[in-house]
Design a protein. Sequence first.
Lengths: 123, 257
Amino acid sequence: MSTEAHVLIIVLAAAVIAFIIHLVRSRRLRAKYSVLWFSIGLGLAVLAIFPDLLVWVSDLFGIGYAPATFMLLALSFLLVLALHFSWELSRLEDRTRALAEEYALLREEVEARLPRRAGDGSG
Amino acid sequence: MTDGVTTRPLIILPAYNEEESLPAVLKELAEQTPDYDVLVVSDGSTDRTAELASAAGVHVAVLPFNLGIGGALRTGFAYAVRQGYERAVQFDADGQHDPLAVQALLDGLERGADMVIGSRFTEGGAVTYSVSGVRRRAMRVLQWLVKVLVRQRFTDTSSGFRAFSRPMLEYFAHSYPVEYMDSVEALVQACNAGFRVEEVPANMRGRTGGAPSTRNFKLVYYYVRLLVVLLVSTTSRGQRQRRSARLGEGRDGEITG
C-alpha cells in the first residue's frame, strides 16, 4: 500500500472515531450503541495503522484477496446490525401500540366520568 | 364473578373513518338489540367517527393514531376485560353484519365455545354476499391451510363477525395479532392455545358505506405475509401456549406470547 493511501485511511478512521465521540458527548447516541460503534471505530483504526493484519487474517483463512476479508467482515456486521434494528423497531412499535391502547382506554374512563357526557353508553 | 347468562354482552366496533355508515349501524344496534352495550374503537379516525359515536351515546375509545384493525380490536378486548364483560362480539362498523345475527353467536358461547365465528359460507349463511373468483380461491387456500394447522375445518376463516368468551377475551387482550389479516391468525392462535372455536352460519350484507380497507395489490402482499406468519407461528410458539393454557385452565397465570 502506498504511503498516501495509508495516511488517508488513518485520517478517515480518526474522523469516524471523533464523530462517534462527538455524538456520545452530546448525548445523541445511547450508551449501548456508543460501545458498539467505539469498537468498530477502534477496529478500523487498528486496521488502518497495521494493514498487514488484514493480510495475515486472510492468509489464515486461505482468502487470496485481502480486501475481500474486509468486505466479508463489514457485510456480516452490517447484516447483524440491520437485523438488530428490525428487532428493536418491532419492540418499539409494540410499546407505542400498547401506549396508544392504554391512552384510549384511560381517555374513555375519564370521559365517562365527566358530567357533560349524555348517555352512559348503554344502548 | 357474575353469571354469564345474565350479564350484558359488549359489541365492539372497530372503526376507521366510518362516519358515513356508523350512525346507521349504531341506530340499528340500538333498535334491534337494546340489551347489548356498544363500544366504538375509533382507530385514529380523521373524520367525525368518534364524535358521531359519542353523540349516539355509546362507549367510545379513541386511539391517537391508526393501529389497524387488530390493534383496535385488542383495545376493545382490553376494555371488555377491565369493565368485567363476560362476553363480547366483534362487529363491523360498515354495516355488513346483521345485529339480529349476534344472538346466534352468543348461543354458541352458551354451548361452551370460547370463540364463535359467524360464517358466510357454511350452510344457512350468506345469500346476499358474493365474492370474486380470485378471492374465493385465495380463501380456499387459507381454509385448507388452517385445516392442516389446527386439524379443524372452518368454512370462513377471515370472517370479522365473532363472539368471544371471557377467557378468550383475557387471552386476546394481550396477544391478539395486531397485523393486517388478523382474523385468520387469531383463529389459528386460539385453536393452538387450546380454546374451543366454533362456527355458526351468519348472513352478511354488502357494505353500506366507506371503501374496502385495502387495495388489491396490497391485499396480495398481506396475503403472502399471512401465509408466512401462519407457517412460522404455529411451529413452536403455539405448542407452548397450548400446554400452558391447559395447565392453567386458561385462568391463572398469563400465557406468554
